[in-house]
Ligand binder design. Structure first.
Ligand SMILES: NC(=O)c1ccc[n+]([C@@H]2O[C@H](COP(=O)([O-])OP(=O)(O)OC[C@H]3O[C@@H](n4cnc5c(N)ncnc54)[C@H](OP(=O)(O)O)[C@@H]3O)[C@@H](O)[C@H]2O)c1
Length: 235
């Protein structure tokens, strides 16, 4: 199975690049999730995924805070350092201030290598300085891989407000849409599953370069239904 996956992926990619074979942990319905940055976005998603039956480890620099949050969420959620969460997850959510991404990438490079990483981080000029300017010009999907090299990146959950993320999960009627951009097909499939299981509606926008279309400041950068997102993004 492993070698078949490797060959298929090599064929798709034109033979030169050798990526890891699809891991059995990812093929299963509920991969383990590590969360780096358990604030309004990371903490809320950890809660949604734990409620949905996923095994989750949350982390931040302040271990005290994440230990309290893990106990409050329950469902077996554990707390650790960012490195422990990165090592724990088959999939890792990174949800820290944009300016912290280079450090997170360096500190956790070995643990994150080859993993699917969902990145929610938004560049703000006032908060993140010059690096935000570059990210907004080039697009986060182009710039973030330079901070998190070697991961299977998905831009996800960056344009849903923290309030909607907390209150609108699994709502009846049309669900809130979550646009996704990724170059890796399996990472995109796993991300769609995680969006659905968190209680939202995934909208596949395209490869990482398309993340710019729902970056901070773009018309699609607000809480919308999947139908509204598709109309704005002309999908
Ligand atoms: N708030 C929103 O409505 C919203 C919506 C979509 C996307 N986003 C984006 O998602 C990201 C997270 O937003 P948020 O609102 O959840 O922020 P937040 O509430 O301030 O949470 C940030 C988390 O990151 C941790 N953190 C900070 N620096 C870190 C580092 N170097 N290593 C590990 N953990 C670190 C913080 O804890 P410690 O300080 O203890 O480390 C905290 O747990 C941001 O980039 C934001 O732009 C926000």
């Amino acid at each position: 199975m492993e070698s078949r996956n490797r060959i298929t992926r090599r064929t798709l990619l034109g033979a030169a690049v050798s990526l890891p074979a699809i891991s059995p942990a990812l093929a299963q319905a509920k991969p383990k999730i590590g969360v780096i940055g358990a604030g309004r976005i990371g903490g809320t998603l950890a809660r949604h995924w734990a409620n949905a039956g996923y095994r989750v480890m949350i982390s931040a620099r302040s271990l005290d805070e994440v230990q309290k949050l893990a106990a409050e969420i329950g469902h077996g959620v554990t707390a650790g350092t960012p490195q422990q969460a990165a090592a724990f997850g088959d999939v890792v959510l990174v949800s820290v201030p944009f300016g912290a991404l280079p450090q997170v990438g360096k500190d956790n490079a070995a643990q994150l290598k080859g993993k699917i990483v969902l990145d929610t981080c938004n560049p703000y000029l006032g908060r993140d300085g010059e690096m935000a300017k570059e990210a907004l010009e080039k697009g986060t999907g182009v710039v973030v891989p330079t901070y998190l090299p070697g991961v299977r990146l998905v831009r996800a959950f960056n344009q849903v407000s923290a309030a909607a993320l907390a209150s609108e999960a699994h709502r009846s009627g049309e669900k809130v849409g979550v646009p996704l951009a990724a170059d890796d097909k399996q990472a995109m499939e796993v991300a769609q599953r995680l969006v659905r299981d968190a209680g939202f509606d995934p909208v596949v926008v395209g490869g990482l370069s398309t993340a710019k279309s729902f970056d901070q400041g773009a018309p699609a950068y607000k809480t919308l239904t999947a139908r509204e997102l598709r109309a704005i993004l002309k999908l």
